[in-house]
Each structure stands twice: as structure tokens, then as C-alpha cells.
Ligand binder design. Structure first.
Ligand code: AP5
Ligand code: ZN
Length: 218
């Protein structure tokens, strides 16, 4: 299975990606996680993208497209993969079309801006694995510690409120047009285009998980 999880920052893409990837035995390709790893390692790529990410802007399409093409060529992607946070612009989506990457599903998780601000303010992450928690909605078993490794959870640099507002505005400008892009493609070429599913992202993590799995298996 090859699918895209589409949605605003904080919509719950990373949270749901974990469940979907486990269920279908496919790798999660999160461009955000890949870039954060590069920043942490201080690689050339990391140095190039650090300031952009901390300000909530988008990294250039050229860099992202090259990164993703390289990643999907690796052996663990042979049976499918899940894109989390990619594509994020029309040129990124077009690049996949032009490369002949066949996708089965696009799942949009729809959440309004007010809810997103609340979610991102309370988010805590395990930096090495990308596992996501929320102080109130999805707390770890032990306060401040990752459930699997017991290591310390951190707050993401770009989850400050002013940066969150910028990320939301970038989302509305650059990424939201992908909703119409994939919806229209699915209507016009149902066999060739990925099937489009819209899930209302308000409800518990488990509620949403059920709806996503149902959309993919139903
Ligand atoms: P990226 O890492 O992709 O960030 P994002 O899209 O802003 O999304 P988030 O990771 O913030 O949110 P999410 O939807 O995964 O939500 P989560 O599950 O964590 O990108 C970061 C940066 O990298 C970008 O700003 C850009 O600079 C760069 N970048 C990445 N990809 C790029 C690309 N393709 N092109 C260009 N630049 C790129 O959940 C959020 C919180 O809510 C958590 O605390 C969670 O526990 C909680 N939560 C989840 N579900 C629920 C629920 N149902 N109810 C209550 N709380 C919930
Ligand atoms: Zn994420």
C-alpha cells in the first residue's frame, strides 16, 4: 500500500501514521522527521534547512523532491510506504506524478486552526523515533518519558505560538490547494488516481484511527 496523509500542522498525521504503518507493515516517510534528523546531525542539509524550519517556512521543492526520491528507492519501500508531510506543494505532487509513483490512497485529516494551536502547544516528542505525545490528550505512561525507551521527551522548536501561526498560514497558502488537486484527479481518473478520503480529525486518537483504517480497508 502506498498512501499520503494530508493535513495541517498538528492535524495528527504523525500520530495516525504510527498505527497505519504498523498495521500494513510499511515504512513511514516523514520529510519533517528526516529534516529534523539532518539538523540534529549538523549535516550540510541540516545546516541549510535549520533556520527555515525554525521559522515555520517550507524547505525548497528541489531539496525535498531529491530526498524523497532517494528514500522511496530503498529496499524497505518495495511493498509500499506512507508519506507524512509530503507532498506539501503542487510542484512536489507533480514530481511524484512525473516520476510515475503510483499511489493508492490520499487520507486528509481535517482539523480547524483553533484546535491545532491547542494541540501543538501541548505536544511533546521523542526526538529519535518521532513518537508523539500530548500533555493532556495523549500523555506518556510516565511523565516526560517516552513509553518505549524511557528517554526524555522534548518540545519541538517550531511549536512556539508565533511559529505555529506562520506554519498555519503557509499551510493554507501552499498545501491546502493539494486537497482540490487530489480530489479532482480522483474524480477525473478514478482508476489511475489515488482514492481520496476525508476524515474529520476531531475526536479521540482512537476514534480517528478507526475511521482511517476503515477508509483504507473498506
Ligand atoms: P512536519 O514535521 O511535517 O510538521 P507539520 O506538517 O507541521 O506537522 P506536525 O508534525 O506539526 O503535525 P502532525 O500532523 O504530524 O501532528 P501530530 O500527530 O504530531 O514539518 C516540519 C517542517 O519541516 C516544516 O515546517 C517545513 O519547514 C519542513 N518540511 C517538512 N516536510 C516538507 C515538505 N514536504 N516540503 C517543504 N518543507 C517541509 O499531533 C500533534 C499533537 O496533537 C500531538 O501532541 C498529538 O499527541 C496530538 N493529537 C493527535 N491526534 C489528536 C486527537 N485526535 N485529539 C487530541 N490530540 C491529538
Ligand atoms: Zn508530524
Amino acid at each position: 500500500m502506498r498512501l499520503i496523509l494530508l493535513g495541517a500542522p498538528g492535524a495528527g498525521k504523525g500520530t495516525q501514521a504510527q498505527f497505519i504503518c504498523e498495521r500494513f507493515g510499511i515504512p513511514q516517510i516523514s520529510t519533517g522527521d528526516m529534516l529534523r534528523t539532518a539538523v540534529k546531525e549538523g549535516s550540510d542539509l541540516g545546516l541549510k534547512v535549520k533556520e527555515i524550519m525554525n521559522g515555520g517556512g517550507l524547505v525548497s521543492d528541489d531539496i525535498i523532491i531529491a530526498l524523497v526520491k532517494e528514500r522511496i528507492g530503498q529496499p524497505d519501500c518495495a511493498n509500499g510506504f506512507l508519506f507524512d508531510g509530503f507532498p506539501r506543494t503542487i510542484p512536489q505532487a507533480d514530481a511524484m506524478k512525473e516520476a510515475g509513483v503510483k499511489l493508492d490512497h490520499v487520507v486528509e485529516i481535517a482539523v480547524d486552526d483553533e484546535e491545532i494551536v491547542k494541540r501543538l502547544a501541548g505536544r511533546r516528542v521523542h526526538p529519535d523515533s518521532g513518537r508523539v505525545y500530548h500533555l493532556e490528550y495523549h500523555p506518556p505512561r510516565e511523565e516526560g518519558k517516552d513509553d518505549v525507551t524511557g528517554e526524555t521527551l522534548i518540545q519541538r522548536e517550531d511549536d512556539r505560538e508565533s511559529t505555529v501561526r506562520n506554519r498555519l498560514s503557509v499551510y493554507h497558502d501552499q498545501t491546502e490547494p493539494l486537497i482540490a488537486y487530489y480530489r479532482e484527479w480522483a474524480e477525473q481518473a478514478p482508476g489511475e488516481a489515488p482514492a481520496y478520503h476525508r476524515i474529520a480529525g476531531i475526536g479521540t486518537v482512537d476514534d480517528i484511527k478507526r475511521q482511517v483504517i476503515e477508509a483504507l480497508e473498506g
